[in-house]
Ligand binder design. Sequence first.
Ligand code: NAP
Length: 300
Amino acid sequence: MVDIIIIGAGAAGMTAAIYARRASKTVLVLEAMSYGGQIINTPDIENYPVAAHISGFDFATKVYEQAKALGAEFKFEKAVEIRDNGDSKTVVTAKNAYEAKAVIIATGSENRKLGVEGEDKLVGRGVSYCATCDGAFFRNKKVAVVGGGNTALEDALYLADIAETVYLIHRRDRFRGEDSTVEKLRQRANVQFVYNSQVTRLNADKRLQSIEVTDKQGNVTTLEVSGLFVAVGRIPENQNFASVVELDGAGYALAAENCRTKTPGVFVAGDNRVKEVRQLVTATADGAVAATEAIKFINA
Ligand code: NAP
């Protein structure tokens, strides 16, 4: 039995681990993939206090090392269920079952798919959800980015340094992401904006050869691109925990700013919680709040 199990080693989960360890609680962090979460794909963080520039990888590694040095234990196993036993909770993974006095769900979110035929088969053959991971494969080639949020804008900016041409395809004519990044993109000669348009077809041999884009009037254009970077938002990863946490229509966990859920001793922190602003700084803030509430719950 540990004091607190934290599900997810992203910014929220690892911050929660730091706060819990500093309160001398025993902590087990369960992570399905690798530490870092969504931020690991961000090439340059410019809006987190202290550092004017830091890569997402460096940021995540520093937080991971900080949590480890404080004594948090990490196990790389996917949590598939939380059982509420009243005084304790059991977290079931694919391999094991662990018991804790409190659980913090900090699972974040996964990439939303475009839903165009052939998309899944072409992942790794031209279709990608991570510009910083796969951008280097498209040096001096033509690529497209789909989406209008900060991720799409930042992906396009990153790829503009690598690719010959970057088409930025958005379904509306106004971006959801920050104006300052849009302005940086406008200054890049190799970035072309494709507004009011959706990707409607992927043409491939073994790899992606081109895409078809359909605008609001129904006009279809073929763009010869060998890379398609999909950045059309995220889906919260709460599905496995619906028995202990109430979800809204979009799958976000309902919890107030104190991160408490409907189940005493189960807390939710980060991008998978219902909230207005999803930023790195709000994720780490959630981690601090959830850990503090979990500590209060255990000590009560
Ligand atoms: P997002 O803000 O939810 O934006 C998703 C974009 O994809 C929207 O522009 C949306 O269009 C479009 N979209 C959704 N479904 C689509 C579909 N089926 N086909 C075509 N387009 C579709 O997602 P995100 O960019 O991944 O960002 C997630 C969160 O992380 C946001 O809160 C964002 O601010 C934050 N973030 C912040 C930073 C930063 O601060 N530096 C960096 C990255 C992400 P509509 O606009 O028409 O809805």
